[in-house]
Design a binder for this molecule. Structure first.
Ligand code: NAD
Length: 542
C-alpha cells in the first residue's frame, strides 16, 4: 500500500542518436541488423502465461528484400481469441488494484530497457519489418516509444492529482478507476511506437488488453512484448494475438466485457469497427470507449512570401521520408504561381540526389513500401496519371519490385485541384502539386478546407504574418496538428500532442493527458465527517 505521494522522474524527450560514420551506435545497430537478418524467429501468440505456437504459420519478409524469410508467426483461431480475453479478465483484478507507482515502475523500466540494452534490437527489427532507415527507426522505435512511456507516467500522476474541492465537514475524492472489462488494441504497421503505446497507455491506467498488431509489424511487435515482459509486466495484462482481423475483431466485439477500443489505422476499417460496436451495443456491460486515429490527406500551402527553399525542403522531407507512409505525410501541395517553378525545380534537384534501397545501406534516404498490395496500388496510380490529361508526372514515376517494393519519389502536377490524387490517401512516396494564382490566398485556403474528408495535419509556409493569421483562422477545422513554417510530420511526445478530426479520427491526442483520460472511469467518493442525526432543516423552525 502506498505510504507517500511519490514524485515522478522528470521526463525529457529522448535525445536522437545520429548514427554518423564511426559512431558506436552505428556499429552496434548494423551488427544487430546483420545478426537478426541471418536468423529466423518464430513469433508465438502471447496468451496469459503461455506462448502459444500454432500449427498455422505465416512467413515474414522484409519489404526491401521480399524473398528473404526472417521467420514466421502463429495464426490464432477463435478459441485462442476467447482464451486471450479470458486471460486478460483473469489478470484484471490484481492489475487494476496494483498501486499506481508499481505500474509506473514497470513502464519506466521498459523505457530504460529501450533506451539502453534493447535500443539496437528494436531499431534493427523496425528496419527489417517496416523498411525504415536507421534515422526513421531511431525517431520511432527508440525515441518516440521511450517518450510515450515516460511522459505518460507523468500525465498519469497529473490526472491522479486532479481532485475536487471539499467543503466544511466533507472530504471529496476522485478515484481514476480503469474501465470495467478489457480493452481491444488494433495497431497499424507504420510505427513501432504507436503499436507499443496503444497497449501501454491503456495498461498504465490499470486496464488489461487484447492486442492485435498489424501483420506487417509482427516482427517488431515481438520485440515490444519481450521488453514489456522483461520490465515485469504481469502475464495476461497485454495479450498479443495475430490472425484474420475480421474473425479476431468479431470475436472480441461480441464479448460482453469489451470495454473499449484503442485503434490506429485506416478510416474505412475504423468506421467498419464502429458500426459493429453500434450493432452490438445491447450486449455490453458498459458503454465502450471508442478511440481511433485514422487516415490523412495532409497539405502544405505556400504563400507568395514563402522562401522557395523552405517550401521544397518541407515537401521533400514531409512527403518522402519513410516512403510517405506516415499518417502525417504531406500529399497535397498548393503553390503560388510566382514561386511554383522555383520550388518544383528545387524538389527535382533534391529528388535527383536521393538514394533508394535497403535500410542496411546508410546512404539510402528512402527504402521500400510496406507490401505488394501497396506497391501495386501506388504504381497503378502512377500509370493512371501518365494517361490522364489533367495531370502529369514532373519527377520520379518509376518503380521496381524485383527485389523489394521500391517506388521512386514521385511528384504529380495537376491543373485540377480536385484531381483524385489531391483527395485520396495514397500512403506512399507520391505528392501532388496544384498551382494557384498569387492573388487568391483566401480562396485557396477555403479550397484546402473543402477538398478532403480528412483533417489530420497541414502546414502553412509564409513570411507574411497576416497571411499566417488568415490561414490559421480559415483552416481551424482542416487539421488537428497545424504547422507554421515547418513540414507537417514529426510530432514529438509532450510537445506536439498528435491527432486529427473529421475522417482522421476521434482526436484524442496520443502522447497527452487527453488520451489517458479515455482509459479511466472515475469514481467520486464523498465522505461526510460528522453526519447529521436529525432530518429537520433550520427553515422548518417555528
Ligand atoms: P490498416 O487499416 O490496413 O490496418 C490497421 C489495423 O487494422 C491492422 O492491425 C489491420 O490488421 C487491422 N484491420 C485490417 N482490416 C481489418 C478489419 N476488417 N477488421 C478489423 N481490423 C482490421 O492500416 P495500415 O496500413 O496498417 O496503416 C496505415 C493507415 O493508418 C493509414 O490510413 C494511416 O493514415 C493510418 N494511421 C493513422 C495514424 C494517426 O495517428 N492518425 C497513425 C498511423 C497510421
Amino acid at each position: 500500500m502506498a505510504s507517500g505521494f511519490f514524485k515522478i522522474p522528470q521526463p525529457i524527450n529522448e535525445p536522437v542518436k545520429d548514427y554518423s560514420i564511426n559512431s558506436p551506435e552505428r556499429e552496434e545497430v548494423l551488427a544487430t541488423y546483420k545478426s537478426l537478418y541471418s536468423q529466423q524467429v518464430q513469433v508465438p501468440l502471447y496468451i496469459g502465461d503461455s506462448k502459444v505456437v500454432t500449427k498455422q504459420q505465416k512467413n515474414m519478409f522484409p519489404p526491401h528484400d521480399h524473398q528473404h524469410c526472417v521467420g514466421s508467426y502463429s495464426i490464432a483461431d477463435q478459441d485462442h481469441i476467447e482464451k486471450a480475453i479470458e486471460a486478460s479478465l483473469q489478470a484484471r483484478t490484481s492489475w487494476a488494484s496494483m498501486d499506481w507507482e508499481q505500474r509506473a515502475a514497470i513502464f519506466l523500466k521498459a523505457a530504460d530497457l529501450i533506451a539502453g540494452p534493447y535500443r539496437s534490437k528494436i531499431n534493427a527489427a523496425t528496419m527489417i519489418a517496416q523498411s525504415k532507415t536507421i534515422h526513421q527507426a531511431e525517431i520511432d522505435a527508440a525515441c518516440e516509444f521511450i517518450d510515450f512511456l515516460t511522459f505518460n507516467v507523468q500525465f498519469m500522476s497529473e490526472i491522479y492529482s486532479e481532485q475536487p474541492i471539499s467543503s466544511e465537514g466533507v472530504w471529496n475524492r476522485l478515484e481514476y478507476r480503469p474501465l470495467e472489462g478489457f480493452v481491444y488494441v488494433v495497431s497499424p504497421f507504420n510505427f513501432t511506437a504507436i503499436a507499443g503505446n496503444l497497449c501501454a497507455s491503456a495498461a498504465l491506467m490499470g486496464n488489461v488488453v487484447v492486442w492485435k498488431p498489424s501483420d506487417h509489424q509482427v516482427y517488431s511487435a515481438q520485440v515490444i512484448m519481450g521488453i514489456f515482459k522483461e520490465a515485469g509486466l504481469p502475464d495476461g495484462v497485454i495479450n498479443m494475438v495475430m490472425g484474420d482481423p475480421e474473425m479476431i475483431t468479431n470475436t472480441v466485439l461480441s464479448n460482453a466485457d469489451f470495454s473499449g477500443i484503442h485503434f490506429t489505422g485506416s478510416t474505412h476499417v475504423f468506421k467498419n469497427i464502429w458500426g459493429k460496436i453500434g450493432a452490438n451495443i445491447q450486449q455490453y456491460k458498459t458503454y465502450p470507449r471508442i478511440v481511433g486515429e485514422t487516415g490523412g490527406k495532409d497539405f502544405i500551402v505556400a504563400h507568395p512570401s514563402a522562401n522557395s527553399k523552405v517550401v521544397s525542403t518541407a515537401i521533400v522531407r514531409g512527403a518522402f521520408e519513410f516512403q510517405g507512409q506516415k499518417c502525417s505525410a504531406a500529399s497535397r501541395v498548393y503553390l503560388p504561381e510566382s514561386i511554383a517553378n522555383e520550388v518544383i525545380e528545387n524538389v527535382k534537384k533534391d529528388i535527383a540526389s536521393i538514394r533508394i534501397g535497403s535500410p542496411e545501406n546508410f546512404e539510402n534516404f528512402i527504402t521500400a513500401v510496406i507490401h505488394e498490395a501497396s506497391f501495386d496500388k501506388l504504381t497503378a496510380v502512377i500509370d493512371q496519371v501518365k494517361h490522364d490529361n489533367n495531370a502529369e508526372i514532373v519527377a520520379g514515376g518509376t518503380y521496381d519490385k524485383s527485389q523489394g517494393y521500391f517506388i521512386y519519389p514521385t511528384v504529380i502536377l495537376t491543373k485540377d485541384p480536385h484531381y483524385y490524387t489531391m483527395e485520396t490517401e495514397l500512403f506512399g512516396p507520391v505528392v501532388t502539386i496544384y498551382i494557384y494564382p498569387d492573388n487568391e490566398w483566401e480562396k485557396t485556403l477555403k479550397l484546402i478546407d473543402n477538398t478532403s474528408e480528412y483533417a489530420l495535419t497541414g502546414a502553412v509556409i509564409s513570411s507574411d504574418r497576416s497571411a499566417i493569421a488568415t490561414a490559421t483562422k480559415l483552416l481551424v477545422n482542416a487539421a488537428g496538428n497545424f504547422y507554421i513554417n515547418d513540414k507537417p510530420t514529426g510530432a514529438v511526445v509532450g510537445q506536439q500532442p498528435f491527432g486529427g478530426a473529421r475522417a482522421s479520427g476521434t482526436n484524442d491526442k496520443a502522447g497527452s493527458k487527453l488520451n489517458l483520460l479515455r482509459w479511466v472511469s472515475p469514481r467520486l467518493l464523498k465522505e461526510t465527517l460528522v453526519p447529521p442525526t436529525d432530518y429537520r432543516y433550520p427553515f422548518l423552525g417555528e
